[in-house]
Design a protein around this ligand. Structure first.
Ligand code: HEM
Length: 520
């Protein structure tokens, strides 16, 4: 470790800390090291430097205030090889990324988000209906399908009603293959050992896999863009986001290649994150029945029995607003966010952060180990799900603590890289959280003797988005009247869906017709 770098675990020659670098659940190990080495510590990965921040003031200063030099991404050769450097989330801070970023700001405006609200409401209603219809089935595939479905409509103006709809199943296949090859150990460490890039393809299986995934991505994403363009040519535009990008390509500085990858990045990032959040919310509701009871009482008081909640209701539901914030804190979707990288050397509190260093922010920390969202110095009883903390202080911090540096946007990232889909995500989360609470009771599963089987709130999958391991729970509508309203609202949602039910294949058409006949 070079002089001046933040402290960190002892290094060995050449490898640095490679041999101890965590390959899964890295936030746990990072937490342990933060305790030992402080809120800003460093690791050496061969010649490269990784800096991990768990100090709120350092996050604010380095990633927000000095965002101009800390908004690059680390080089990921495999991702660039597959996407040609056009995947907005993983792209370096290039002129191309700047155009993609500008495009996201141009189309994901507050006004456009409001216009797409009826689609999010219709999909959220379909989710209630799916759960109601299949009480024995796991609700989680329905959640993934619903969030993905709303994005396909909002982005491409096309309804994707089933898990087996080609845009949905194809998407899951492509995303799975892409994430798999980016996972630890799936390909040789080409970024640390760049000479590996020159191994001929016939001896490099990973290169053939990159090619295969590139073809899969291009077929799916270019196909969806072309379908949108064809619809526009026929004069059948329906106001989706990608119509705007296609229509303004030249003005925005985009070309077809960029447009296709732009849409794909929004889809990929938007669907996994929001669906994972909702799964964590359900896990918390099952594990904390008292909190669920309070939320039920509040929503019944404000909304009553006769209608579904609307976004306006949230203003009158402080407990549910607090619950939504607490879920972000309790199990953040991105415990380490997405790493940033530095474009120039920075100095902070006497430490050097060299040009090209990777920066992680550890917003999730575990029992007794200190850190941002689970730091006992900032939060009372941080390991428990306690929505009330967000009613007592804006940022949920304990009495006497100044939480003003702890921004509510932390779960959505930092500086110039902050999540551009944040407003869409908030609406989707708010509508779905209210709907699910209004409609259902979530209880632990029971064993053969009728005893509740407690869920494990720490059992999480590995991967970029922090989703719970599949768990069982019992879900029941809260009253027969509410079940009837869900059916009625589902039929009413048909009007919203109708204009997007274009180009459906025969199975999807049949599915939609059957579903409506069943509800009617
Ligand atoms: C619960 C929902 C979501 C969470 C928690 C979330 C969180 C994040 C985080 C932590 C980042 C990294 C920011 C950084 O590097 O500092 C990010 C980036 C991004 N998010 Fe989200 N996100 C969510 C939903 C969405 C949605 C709905 C969309 C699009 C429709 C979206 C699109 C993106 C994109 C394109 C980026 C990359 C931005 C860039 O690198 O310039 N996200 N998100």
């Amino acid at each position: 470790r070079e002089a001046g770098l933040p402290p960190g675990p002892p290094t060995v020659p050449i490898l640095g800390n490679v041999h101890i670098f965590p390959t899964e659940f890295a936030h746990f190990k990072f937490t342990e090291w933060a305790r030992k080495y402080g809120g800003i510590f460093s690791l050496k990965v061969g010649p490269s430097t990784v800096v991990v921040l768990t100090d709120v003031a350092a996050v604010k200063e380095l990633l927000d205030k000095r965002s101009a030099t800390t908004s690059d991404r680390p080089a990921i050769h495999i991702a660039d090889r597959i996407t040609g450097g056009l995947h907005m989330v993983l792209a370096r801070s290039t002129s191309t990324w700047k155009i993609l970023r500008k495009t996201s700001a141009a189309i994901l405006t507050a006004q456009a988000t409001a216009q797409h609200l009826p689609i999010q409401q219709a999909e959220a209603t379909q989710l209630l209906y799916d759960i109601l219809r299949s009480p024995q089935a796991s609700p989680f595939p329905f959640m993934c399908q619903s969030i993905r479905g709303e994005l396909v409509i909002m982005l491409y103006g096309k309804r994707a009603p089933r898990y087996d709809t080609p845009e949905i199943s194809g998407f899951f296949n492509v995303t799975h293959a892409f994430n798999a090859i980016l996972g630890p150990g799936a390909a040789p460490p080409v970024d640390a050992m760049p000479f590996l890039k020159f191994v001929p393809e016939r001896w490099a299986k990973w290169k053939r896999e990159c090619k295969r995934i590139r073809n899969l991505q291009r077929t799916l994403y270019f196909g969806m863009m072309e379908e949108t363009r064809d619809r526009m040519r026929r004069g059948e535009g329906n106001g989706c986001y990608m119509e705007e990008v296609v229509g303004r390509e030249k003005e925005l500085g985009m070309d077809d290649e960029m447009t296709s990858y732009f849409g794909s990045a929004l889809q990929e990032t938007g669907s996994e994150t929001t669906a994972s959040y909702l799964q964590s919310l359900i896990l918390a509701l099952v594990a904390y029945p008292e909190a669920q009871k309070k939320a039920h009482e509040e929503i019944d008081r404000v909304v009553g029995e006769d209608r579904l909640p609307t976004l306006d209701d949230l203003e009158h539901m402080p407990y549910i607003r607090a619950m939504i914030s607490e879920t972000h804190r309790f199990r953040p979707v991105g415990p380490l966010g997405i790493p940033h990288s530095t474009l120039a050397t920075e100095e902070y509190q006497g430490y050097i952060i060299p040009k090209g260093a990777t920066i992680f922010v550890n917003i999730y920390l575990i029992i007794d180990l200190g850190g941002i969202f689970h730091d006992p110095a900032l939060f009372d009883d941080p390991e428990n799900f306690i929505p009330e903390r967000y009613m007592l202080a804006e940022n949920g911090t304990k009495p006497g603590v100044d939480g003003s540096d702890l921004k509510a946007t932390f779960p959505f990232g930092f500086g110039r890289r902050i999540c551009p889909g944040m407003h869409l995500a908030h609406n989707s989360i708010n509508i779905n959280a209210m709907n699910l609470l209004w409609a259902f009771d979530f209880k632990p599963d029971i064993d053969a003797d009728g005893n509740p089987i407690m869920v494990d709130t720490t059992a999480y999958k590995t991967g970029v988005a922090n989703a719970p391991q599949p768990f069982k729970c019992r879900i029941a509508p809260r009253s027969p009247e509410k079940a009837k309203i869900i059916e009625r609202e589902f039929l009413d949602a048909a009007d919203t869906f109708a204009k997007f039910e274009v180009g459906l294949n025969e199975e999807d058409k049949e599915y939609v017709a059957k579903l409506r006949a069943y509800a009617g």
